[in-house]
Design a binder for this molecule. Structure first.
Ligand code: FAD
Ligand code: FMN
Ligand code: FES
Length: 591
């Protein structure tokens, strides 16, 4: 860590690898094991009260370090500093930080931000902490003379982080009455009570800070409020954490996190969370979907090429639970696929160059289709080709079977002839769709390529040409170069990127295509099935909120073979929690 200290004695931030010197669950927190006490020892100077660090376990799955306030700190004689944090486990980043062991390496950037200003000493001060917001204000209290302050701590249930608080008066409130006064901070403080103090220092959830700001304004008392916002750089460079104040934009990381309460704007957000009405325990939401008369028991379908023909995974989990299964891409003649490297992993995705290896449609009809049909889920044949004649002949063969639906793949980036070429412009996409439409009466879902310059135009063109549904997206054209040889890794040079990396792009594309459909008269619209990096129920719900009728899951199954099952049960729990009886209750609500 840097030894450089500002004129005010505040150390400048530096980046270091520290080592975990303490990790334990915090007693008194509820639910149990929801808060950890983490101490990190690293080179550097002690931070000041109110400052924070961006911290990340060295072995981490998250991209950005997470901002965490200093709870306590001490300089050691060997030039190192021990910084302690209280961390509430919320998402992946904090879950990782709660899962480290003593001696593990932690990357820390800091100390960051400003500090709580010293009290003016005129009267006693009040310190207020809500939930995990207790950590920074308890750290601040440690540096004050004993009994020079009253401390108010508000929790939902239980209490923690107050060991070092030596207040004149310590008041605890809990929503459930498990400790101290039953109720929220409003039970302990109002504008009259707050007028007994010269200044108020607070950190906690927004509604609590808004209340403190309001009662301080009414009582004419100065407030110092520690704010939170999402952060990337933490040093004031990216402007990602900006909050609006009466003095203009302020960076939460650099100009804060501690702000004069008088300049903050706590206008409640205009958009409120969607309803929180829980379905009765006895009521199960209906997850089923119908696309052109074909019923799927739920909206989760295995994406083509990632699930074989279903039997490959049948001993791994109950494949019957799936909404549907798309077969591997099928061509008229058997295909050996591409030579050379076929898979390259990237930090958040997978590049593949399989090249449509498959046994041919006749073989599929005789051998794989009967197996697919044994599962109590809806099979879909993914029809691929390198010429219009090939597509048409394949469609004719499939038409004679009882497969309920065909997915017309005009988007494979991994074959030299045909494939994606049919999905790149409106005329080619329309021509092949029309030809296949004439060859089969089966419901036809056309799978589009994200590489097309005018995806919406192509979606409308294939609808016009007879598609009953659209699925998107196939993989994004990508590449990889071997730095030892200086040559492209894939024999075909370019290959297809899928997995979490493409999810936000795919979501935007689904949103755009649904928006274009919505502009048509209702009878002319066709359903859109969302594909691309879907790995959790949340991802699936996002696509459905963008307007997708169903979703397909590909790469996620490789990382977690049970991903689709977890997605299905996650969607069901979400619908129960939100009081949604059917998917239509939230489909397209983001449009
Ligand atoms: C100045 C400051 C001090 C903080 N001090 C503490 C503390 O002492 N103890 C503690 O438990 N928590 C603290 N937080 C909140 C903590 O940073 C978030 O809970 C944490 O970043 C969530 O990350 P996650 O991976 O668990 O959650 P996810 O929801 O998976 O995170 C997703 C993304 O959103 C961002 N994000 C989500 N919620 C927040 C949030 N409230 N604030 C900032 N970024 C967020 C994350 O950085 C990440 O980029 C502080 C936040 C700030 C800004
Ligand atoms: C190994 C592999 C093989 C694939 N094969 C096909 C295929 O034969 N036909 C097809 O339409 N899509 C194929 N895809 C694309 C997927 O069906 C899906 O559209 C894409 O991977 C994006 O979804 P994901 O991010 O959930 O994986 C393949 C993808 C992978 C990873
Ligand atoms: S996080 Fe980059 S400016 Fe604050």
């Amino acid at each position: 860590m840097s030894e450089t200290v500002s004129c005010e004695g505040i150390p400048f931030p530096s980046f270091a690898t520290g080592s975990v010197s303490l990790i334990k669950y915090v007693e008194g927190a509820f639910p149990e094991k929801s808060v950890v006490h983490l101490a990190v020892t690293a080179e550097g100077k002690a931070p000041k009260a109110g400052q924070f660090y961006l911290i990340k376990a060295k072995k981490s799955g998250v991209l950005l370090a997470r901002p965490i306030s200093v709870y306590s700190s001490a300089e050691n004689t060997d030039g190192t500093v021990r910084v302690e944090f209280l961390i509430l486990v919320k998402g992946q980043g904090t879950a990782e930080l709660s899962d480290v062991s003593c001696g593990d390496e932690i990357e820390i950037l800091g100390p960051l931000g400003n500090t709580f200003p010293n009290p003016d000493g005129k009267k006693k001060i009040a310190i207020v902490g809500g939930g995990i917001g207790v950590a920074p204000v308890a750290g601040f209290a440690q540096n004050l003379p004993e009994k020079s302050y009253d401390f108010f701590a508000a929790f939902k249930s239980g209490s923690y982080g107050l060991e070092n608080v030596k207040a004149d008066k310590l008041v605890i409130t809990t929503d459930d009455g498990s400790v101290g006064i039953r109720g929220m901070i409003t039970e302990a403080l109002d504008s009259q009570k707050i007028s007994a103090y010269s200044e108020v220092y607070a950190c906690g959830p927004m509604p609590m800070l808004a209340y403190i700001q309001k009662i301080c304004a009414e009582a004419g008392v100065k407030s110092w409020l520690s704010m939170e916002n999402r952060m990337a750089c933490g040093v004031g460079a990216c402007l990602g954490c900006t909050i609006r104040t009466t003095e203009g934009n302020k960076r939460c990381c650099k100009d804060g996190p501690v702000f004069d309460g008088a300049i903050l704007d706590f206008t409640p957000p205009k958009i409120k969370p969607i309803r929180d009405y829980r379905l009765p325990e006895s009521e199960k939401p209906d997850l089923s979907v119908e696309i052109k008369g074909v019923r799927f028991k739920n909206p989760v379908i295995a994406a083509s090429g990632t699930f074989g023909y279903g039997s490959e995974y049948s001993s791994v989990f109950d494949v019957n639970l799936l909404g549907g299964i798309c077969s591997k891409g099928l061509t008229l003649e058997p295909k050996a696929g591409n030579t050379g490297v076929r898979l390259v992993e990237t930090p958040s995705g997978l590049i593949n160059s399989i090249g449509l290896e498959n046994p041919g449609i006749a073989h599929f009809i005789e051998h794989e289709l009967p197996v697919m049909k044994k599962f109590k889920t809806t099979p879909i044949a993914n029809l691929s080709g390198s010429s219009i004649d090939g597509y048409v002949e394949g469609a004719r063969l499939l038409d004679k079977t009882d497969i309920p639906m065909i997915e017309l793949n005009i988007s494979c980036p991994n074959v030299k002839a045909g494939g994606m070429a049919f999905g790149m412009d409106c005329v080619a996409a329309s021509t092949v769709t029309k030809a296949v439409r004439e060859a089969t009466k089966k419901p036809l879902m056309v799978k589009l390529s994200p590489n097309a310059p005018d995806l919406v135009g192509i979606a409308l063109a294939v609808r016009e040409a007879g598609a009953d549904a659209i699925s998107l997206v196939n993989t994004f054209q990508a590449m990889s170069i071997d730095v030892e040889t200086g040559r492209p890794v894939f024999d075909n040079v370019k290959a297809g990127l899928c997995g979490p990396a493409i999810r936000p792009l795919a979501l935007r594309m689904v949103f755009d295509v649904v928006a274009a459909m919505n502009k048509l008269p209702e009878a002319e619209r066709i359903p859109v099935v969302g594909i691309g990096g879907i790995a959790t129920w949340r991802d699936a719900v996002e696509f459905i909120m963008a307007g997708a009728s169903a979703v397909q899951v590909g790469t996620a199954t490789f990382a977690n073979p049970r991903a689709m099952i977890e997605i299905i049960s996650g969607i069901e729990s979400y619908m129960k929690r939100k009081g949604f009886r059917k998917l239509d209750d939230f489909r397209g609500i983001a449009q």
